[in-house]
Design a protein around this ligand. Structure first.
Ligand SMILES: Cc1cc2nc3c(=O)[nH]c(=O)nc-3n(C[C@H](O)[C@H](O)[C@H](O)COP(=O)(O)OP(=O)(O)OC[C@H]3O[C@@H](n4cnc5c(N)ncnc54)[C@H](O)[C@@H]3O)c2cc1C
Length: 774
């Protein structure tokens, strides 16, 4: 028995077992899984075993696809029966909005290689005769859906891992975790000596919060009750099997949040309860194990009523068994996977609400992260009430609220959600017009901000970033690459003076990831200091042809002429009484400025600019308008156009690379260029929206050429000033130039309809960039 291990995985549910398996696959075989009772003794043992590939997020869909494909492999490798059934599945839409969702899902599934098709309600009935087609508009049919035996799957993962050298200890509750001064862990167990580990993984499922509290953190995980029913055997099922020779497909019915599938000669029907109940909201009792919760059928009566209407035979058949069990959710329904800031060697793989659909992908993602070395609260800034008073419709980035757009006075600041053009359209158009014709102001506190100081910081930053560091008072745009030459970051770097002090501005959702990367590379002698500024620095952006006039009115003594304060200048100035780091740069691609201030000054500065801007027709604008403006300039954005699957040559940002210095990823970049160059490229396209159903891309739509899917959209929307629907996306390099085959025949599938798309090699607005330099 191991007294030490490279990794101790806490929890033998389907997720912990998958993590263990994937660690051994990645070559880490000195691994140990500790389970309090028997394997599966949390949520896993009573799961219905259903699995789907479809997910609103293509990356999660990919993980689900991977999970389902993995089952045959682990069954074969381990010899453990997983009871794999793949009868296919239907997603049933009872209204047009759901149909739009399904059409978009089909489109996104194309470049993931999913076998999805849209079918009519009658065709759905032919596949699944229990349904009454009058209640449905249509359906999506996914050929690769089904169910497995959760216990079989968990055991199969574990057996494969054991065959590779992993050890599994059941009936071994972990009671505490203590960290040694070298960052390694002592894992204290109830029945033996502590086990020494370099890494621990919290795969505690229902007890993930408790395993988090062992190290003083409170994980945002909550268990909810969940019911499913198993009917008596049904003659309709027997008839179907006799006639077709195979099992009925599964069905997912959005109207009642119902899933329904065959189980032997009977049907299993579950529902995501609308009248939902958290279970044990503060603590999960340690003596809870293989028991179920008391069913409460009254609570799910509305969903059952929908089920009995949509599937009439279900209303008359007897119920053999009712299962009510708890399983965990993180706030956005996605799994909580990765390292924990400030806790070296402590990893989480929990909050997995669909362990049989996602467990394989979660295990793969965490194991890859651990072995190859790769994220709530609702935060507001001081001008939140000012923007609310201006009728802001609020959105959030990584917990920080930001204004999406501003509703007309007197109307409710609510967006009517649709896949088409929403009620935001006219307001956003007005905000864009204000910026392009006069002047607008938006808040930009939702960027990540870092400060780097200390002798040698220019050299250190240059070793990580692809550009040379800016001269005093100047700004540089740069990328950050990994060893493989892929884009792991994109930053604006600014140097206010000749002191060794740099400000970096980047993506807020990537802040945790980026700060870990920077800290990991800090010199060990303490000569350089890296600070995450967070909401210690707030920002405003003032953009548009009259922006200089507005700022000059706030600070008449400040010379903002292009001669004195040219494009890409960054300086510490006083605007009125407010100390500001003023940058002559902006994401709208117009004459404009970014103003960075400590939060205690933000309201005052905001009020001054609003007052000075009134004679110039200044209008507040939100993120929607900013996105429209940046699309008109073909500016990419982190996580959409730029992310670690792309190289700078693919993303068209080689202008951010200066090969006059060494930096991480340079060799790989040069090798890519020396070989055949990038195989795909980021392009901008102008799309012809369907006049009968105007809608713009939102991202992840497939790009077609010559009858095949050749690429995907990364982001897009409507360019209100240029009056065009714009999409950015990746296509094969040979299709990326207008004088090549991609010059004609490109199409983008938007909500089920393929629309012609033309390559747009130059920005639609101000291609020479004269406006921002004027
Ligand atoms: C009624 C119901 C139906 C469901 N149907 C489906 C479905 O059809 N498809 C699907 O994908 N998902 C389904 N789910 C969800 C699924 O059950 C979960 O997503 C999955 O089981 C989560 O697995 P896990 O490993 O994260 O957690 P768990 O299964 O809770 O496993 C955690 C394990 O960690 C152990 N542990 C905790 N603390 C310690 C400690 N200190 N020391 C040692 N061991 C510890 C526990 O004993 C437990 O075995 C269903 C859930 C319910 C309730």
């Amino acid at each position: 028995m191991k007294s030490s291990a490279q990794v101790v995985v806490i929890g033998g549910g389907v997720v912990g077992a998958s993590v263990l398996y994937h660690l051994t696959k990645a070559g880490w075989t000195d691994v140990l899984l500790l389970e309090r009772r028997e394997l599966t003794a949390g949520s896993t043992w009573h799961a219905a075993g259903g699995m789907h590939t479809l997910n609103g997020d293509p990356n999660v869909a990919r993980l689900q696809q991977y999970t389902i494909q993995l089952y045959e492999q682990i069954e074969k490798e381990s010899g453990q029966d997983c009871s794999i059934h793949l009868p296919g599945g239907l997603m049933l839409a009872s209204d047009e909005t759901r149909m739009d969702f399904l059409r978009m899902a089909v489109a996104r599934g194309r470049y993931l290689g999913m076998q999805l098709e849209m079918i009519s309600a009658n065709e759905a009935r032919d596949l699944f005769p229990l349904l009454d087609p009058q209640y449905f508009v249509g359906a999506l049919y996914d050929h690769v859906e089904g169910h497995v035996d959760p216990t079989g799957v968990t055991r199969a993962y574990v057996k494969c891992a054991q065959m590779a050298g992993a050890e599994v200890r059941q009936h071994t509750p972990v009671t505490a975790l203590t960290q040694r001064s070298d960052g390694t862990w002592d894992v204290h167990i109830e029945n033996g000596d502590p086990i020494h580990a370099e890494h621990v993984v919290n795969a505690g499922g229902l007890w993930a919060r408790e395993v988090g509290r062992f190290v003083g953190i409170e994980l945002p995980v909550l268990a909810m009750e969940h019911h499913y029913l198993l009917t008596e055997n049904m003659p309709e099922v027997a008839d179907y099997v006799a006639k077709t020779g195979h099992e009925m497909p599964m069905a997912l019915d959005f109207a009642g949040e119902i899933y329904i599938r065959q189980e032997g000669g009977a049907m299993l029907l579950g529902t995501y309860e609308q009248d939902c109940r958290p279970w044990s909201p503060k603590e999960t009792p340690w003596d809870f194990g293989s028991q179920l919760l008391k069913p409460d059928l009254d609570r799910i009566a509305p969903e059952l009523a929908v089920a009995f209407k949509h599937y009439p035979a279900m209303g008359t058949i007897g119920i053999r068994r009712t299962v009510n069990g708890p399983f965990t959710f993180a706030p956005d329904g996605n799994p909580l996977v990765g390292p924990v800031r400030g806790l070296r060697g402590y990893w989480v793989a929990c909050g997995v609400m669909a362990g049989l659909s996602q467990g394989g992908g979660v295990g793969l993602a965490l194991a890859t992260w651990m072995t190859s070395g790769d994220h709530g609260d609702l935060l507001t800034t001081p001008i939140h009430d000012r923007l609310t008073a201006a009728n802001a419709v609020w959105g959030a980035t990584f917990g920080l609220e930001h204004a999406l757009w501003f509703q007309e006075a007197g109307k409710e600041p609510v967006e009517e959600v649709t896949f088409h053009r929403s009620n935001a359209w006219n307001c956003v158009a007005g905000e864009v017009a204000a910026v392009r014709e006069r002047v607008g102001m938006t808040e930009i506190s939702n960027y990540a901000k870092y400060r780097v100081t200390g002798e040698g910081s220019a050299g250190w930053l240059s070793s990580l970033l692809t550009a040379r560091m800016p001269a005093p008072g100047r700004i540089t745009l740069t990328a950050m690459l990994n060893d493989a030459g892929r884009i792991v970051g994109e930053f604006t770097v600014a140097r206010p003076s000749d002191a060794a002090e740099f400000y970096l501005f980047g993506s807020l959702p990537a802040e945790v990831h980026h700060s870990r990367w920077f800290r990991h590379h800090l010199p060990s002698d303490g000569s350089i200091r890296f600070d995450v500024l967070g909401l210690g620095l707030t920002g405003l952006s003032v953009a548009g042809p009259r922006s200089r006039d507005v700022l000059s009115a706030v600070a008449p003594d400040l010379d903002l002429s292009t001669e004195a304060f040219p494009f890409m200048t960054f300086r510490r100035v006083d605007l009125g009484m407010t100390p500001v780091h003023l940058a002559r740069i902006n994401y709208a691609g117009d004459l404009g400025y970014e103003l960075w201030v400590r939060p205690e000054y933000q309201r005052e500065l905001f009020d001054q600019i609003m007052a000075a801007g009134a004679p110039h027709g200044l209008r507040l604008f939100g993120m929607r308008a900013l996105m429209s403006l940046r699309l008109e300039k073909s500016y990419g954005t982190w996580f959409r156009e730029y992310r670690p699957i792309y190289t700078p040559a693919e993303g068209g940002i080689t202008r951010y690379l200066r090969l006059d210095h060494e930096f991480i990823g340079r060799a790989a970049h040069e090798a890519e260029l020396a070989a055949s160059g990038p195989s795909r490229r980021l392009v901008a396209m102008v799309v012809d929206p369907d006049p009968d159903m105007p809608a713009d891309v939102i991202g992840d739509e497939p790009i077609w050429h010559d009858g095949s899917v050749v690429g995907w959209v990364t982001s897009g929307g409507y360019g209100h000033h240029v009056g065009k629907s714009i999409a950015l996306g990746y296509v094969p390099a040979e299709l990326a130039t207008p004088d090549g085959p991609g010059g004609s025949g490109l199409e983008i599938e938007i909500i089920g309809r393929r629309r012609p798309a033309r390559l747009q090699p130059e920005p639609l607005f101000d291609p020479q960039g004269l406006r921002m330099r004027q």
